[in-house]
Design a protein around this ligand. Sequence first.
Ligand SMILES: NC(=O)c1ccc[n+]([C@@H]2O[C@H](COP(=O)([O-])OP(=O)(O)OC[C@H]3O[C@@H](n4cnc5c(N)ncnc54)[C@H](O)[C@@H]3O)[C@@H](O)[C@H]2O)c1
Length: 358
Amino acid sequence: MIDVAIVGTGGIAAFHAEALAAHRRRARIVAATDVKAAALAAYKSKWSVPAVYPTLDELLANEKPDLATLCTPPGLHAEQAVACLSRGISVLCEKPPVLSLAELDAVEKAATSSGAFFATVFQHRFGSGAVRLRRLVGDPRFGRPTAAVCHTLWFREDEYFAVPWRGNWDIEGGGPTMGHGIHQFDLLLSILGEWQEVVSVAARQAKPTDTEDLSCALVKFANGAVATIVNSVVSPREQSFLRFDFEHASVELDHVYGYTDKNWRVTAAPGHQSTVSSAWKQGPSGTPSGHKAQFAEVLSALSSSTAPPVSLADTRMTVELIAAIYASAFTGTRIRRGELGPDSPFYHRMNGTGAPWN
Ligand SMILES: NC(=O)c1ccc[n+]([C@@H]2O[C@H](COP(=O)([O-])OP(=O)(O)OC[C@H]3O[C@@H](n4cnc5c(N)ncnc54)[C@H](O)[C@@H]3O)[C@@H](O)[C@H]2O)c1
């Protein structure tokens, strides 16, 4: 049985409790903490949490869970992750996992020295459509990936940004690149693998934020594929759209906040209908994207003492792309992977020396 502590009992923490309830034979919530007493009391009562604490420090002084899930605002993730990891407690952290590459290095250092694991919640990797497609990359029946589209076209009313941490570089760490499109392009990276270089633009078009409300990037991958990535919260008809063109097939995913198998569409190139269709049908099916699917994999990994998904290495690929999108947009230059080290302001803060509009 894996003992879990929930850190932050707001909106997304309910998804963690639901996912853990679905896996009740393998895991249980043993404790929770939130600085808001009312939120903590409501969570305790709804999910029958045996022990609650007003601070993470008090929880850590009294409990030794196997896993802490961080459901707090993004600006707290790195510090809370380091506090848990340094006590040997593995961490599953909500997106965005950290605010900078510097924070990610601090988290990795704590994980390496304690031997505990750090993983990020990117639940779109775990629906059966994504699992199926990942297995087909490199399969000669689909051929080489050539082009991809990854568009997060979402809309947020102005009131959404009234919450103090939203749209704020210091606490949220960025706009839709950091907080919204991250789900889609993390899925893109999980399928196409290592990215190599990026050019991008970012703008603040309409929303009452310090951060961008739109970014557009062109990304080249090590396997030769080229992708366009758009991250928007100014798009009234909401859509999350990913498209992967292989030599012999196009695969599309059209959804908004989560998908089932029905949201995927595969089209074969002329002459490849039967091989493409039989390859696609052979994969797993029936699992929607979501926390339940990711928790299943995380719990299995922890039970066998292996690194749970999404691992630190995978997290780094995504966080580094975010930093590169901002660096390219704000400096007007092409950014290559590995280029943003401690000498770059974009290693320390996603807005580097400051957004051009501030
Ligand atoms: N995976 C997803 O699809 C998804 C969806 C929504 C939100 N999120 C992420 O989940 C995280 C939380 O978002 P939310 O919408 O649940 O926010 P929320 O504001 O509803 O909940 C955050 C909770 O953290 C508590 N908190 C603040 N400081 C704390 C501290 N020091 N110690 C303990 N608790 C503290 C707050 O009181 C609040 O109850 C964010 O990183 C967000 O991006 C992920």
